[in-house]
Design a protein around this ligand. Structure first.
Ligand code: NAP
Length: 458
């Protein structure tokens, strides 16, 4: 069996890679288990030194790695370079902060020494998506490894070269063999991997339907899981906001990574009094996007990662127009080879229309006009998702109240939602549960152990 590495910008096959057979999977799981046992006993300072070397290896390999992401999933090369750099930053942040995050927490108590200690869980299976083929994996890997765990990666089938490049980074950094290992297998193998005795926990990033399936398998196996799923993030602009600044940030929030980001702003919920100004500035910004060869300097919107995803996006746009949305720009695939789609803006979208009620995973923005802040929050919360949200207003007291009313794992005021190694990241409702990044992301994959010690008895 082979896994095909395919360029969605040109429709060319890049490579056919042999997938791992039964014997190879067994060997890799054995290696992962024994590497992790050793790693769990490795002094913290040595573990942190490896994290630093991984950061260094990423920077050294950036020029070779970044084009792989662009070739396999179509994002502009400048974005791929930034992605590798962010992975390195993440490893640096954890190398510096993890000793503090993992320090014993002493709980005040009179006669005893009561403390919380953070022990490793074991080997974590990471099932990951293609949209940030390096970042999604390394976002999870740094805290998992810092905590004394190992990681087995089952990456998305359309980014096999990226998956192997990540394994190579750990080799280059001198990680124990198997501590981070890539399995080239299809999604059909995931259930038995979850069941395997050498796997102790699961971290999944991807679509909500796949998350449901993985959650039920991990639930049956009683294994800890963190789920980072889909989203339809609202980007609320109230009438008192700096509308032009909001619109400029909104273009980036929707169209970066060719719109294929879980935390991309997907629904722009704008108070009537600001709507015309916002729409004018937003469309002007979107018209400046340069769609084309993602390997070429100056391209700001590359190809979508798969043709079927482009078809799905197009069907959502068409359905929304039929339902009464007003198409302001774009609205169709770019003719010729590659899975390119025109930057698309839909105005007068109602909450029940497809572009607002479903996740749109590509370069299409939905603008919803609302009467006031209360309606904005109601509309923002009116989906099954709850990943991120942005809120633009000049009244920070009101903002603080509104942030508590929005169902989301993160609310960014006067900015766009972004992940940051120092801050917890994750969703609520059908966007998943558990947290990555920050101290909480590290604690997710530890055994949070209570140690109570009474006075010594002789
Ligand atoms: P996907 O189809 O769910 O695939 C993600 C991973 O899961 C891939 O490795 C895939 O393997 C595997 N997979 C698919 N179906 C599976 C199943 N039934 N059982 C076990 N494994 C399965 O998602 P995607 O299309 O790659 O990514 C887009 C989605 O991910 C969007 O919904 C997006 O919002 C979400 N996402 C969320 C976050 C977040 O942090 N919350 C971040 C990025 C993306 P194969 O490739 O072999 O099928």
């Amino acid at each position: 069996m082979t896994i095909t590495s395919f360029n969605p910008a040109t429709d060319a096959v890049l490579a056919e890679l042999p997938s791992h057979d039964e014997a190879a999977i067994e060997k890799k799981l054995d290696d992962a288990a024994s590497a992790q046992r050793q790693w769990a006993r490795t002094p913290l300072a040595e573990r942190m030194a490896l994290l630093k070397r991984v950061a260094q290896a990423l920077r050294e390999q950036k020029a070779e790695m970044a084009p792989l992401a662009t070739l396999e999933m179509g994002k502009p090369l400048a974005e791929s370079l930034g992605e590798v750099e962010k992975c390195a930053w993440n490893f640096d942040v954890y190398a510096d902060a993890a000793p503090r995050f993992l320090a014993d927490q002493v709980v005040a108590s009179s006669a005893s020494d009561s403390r919380i200690v953070f022990d490793p869980l074991g080997v974590v299976l990471a099932v990951m998506p293609w949209n940030y083929p390096f970042w999604q994996v390394m976002r999870a890997a740094a805290p998992v490894l810092a905590g004394g765990n190992g990681m087995v990666l089952k990456h998305a089938s359309n980014v096999p070269q990226c998956a192997l490049a990540l394994e190579a980074v750990f080799e280059r950094a001198g990680a124990p063999k198997g501590l981070f290992t890539t399995l080239l297998v299809g999604s059909g193998e995931v259930a038995r991997l979850i069941d395997d005795r050498r796997i102790h926990a699961v971290t999944f990033t991807g679509s909500t339907p796949a998350g449901r399936s993985i959650a039920s398998q991990a639930g049956r196996a009683l294994k800890k899981q963190v789920l980072e799923l889909g989203g339809s993030d609202p980007f609320i602009v109230l009438a008192d906001a700096d509308v032009e600044a909001a619109a400029a940030v909104a273009v980036k929030a929707r169209f970066q990574n060719t719109g294929q980001s879980c935390i991309a702003a997907k629904r722009f919920i704008v108070e009537h009094a600001a709507a015309d100004r916002f729409v004018e500035a937003f469309v002007a910004g979107a018209r400046k996007l340069v769609v084309g060869d993602p390997m070429t300097d100056g391209t700001t919107q590359g190809a979508m990662a798969k043709r079927n995803l482009r078809d799905e996006l197009h069907a959502q746009v068409q359905a929304s127009v039929q339902q009464g949305a007003k198409l302001l720009m774009g609205g169709k695939p770019v003719a010729g080879p590659g899975a390119f789609y025109e930057p698309t803006v839909l105005d007068h979208v109602a909450p029940t229309m497809t572009a607002a009620s479903e996740e749109t995973f590509g370069p299409a923005a939905a603008i919803l006009r609302v009467a006031d802040a209360d309606e904005a929050v109601r509309v923002a919360n009116g989906t099954p998702f709850g990943l991120g949200a942005a809120l633009w207003t000049s009244d920070l007291d009101r903002a603080r109240q509104l942030t508590r009313q929005i169902d989301a794992g993160a609310v960014f005021v006067n900015g766009m939602v972004a992940s940051d190694p120092r801050l917890p990241f994750g969703g609520t409702k059908e966007s998943g549960y558990g947290r990555e990044l920050g101290a909480l992301g590290l604690h997710e994959f530890t055994n949070i152990k209570t140690v109570w010690t009474g006075p010594a008895r002789t």
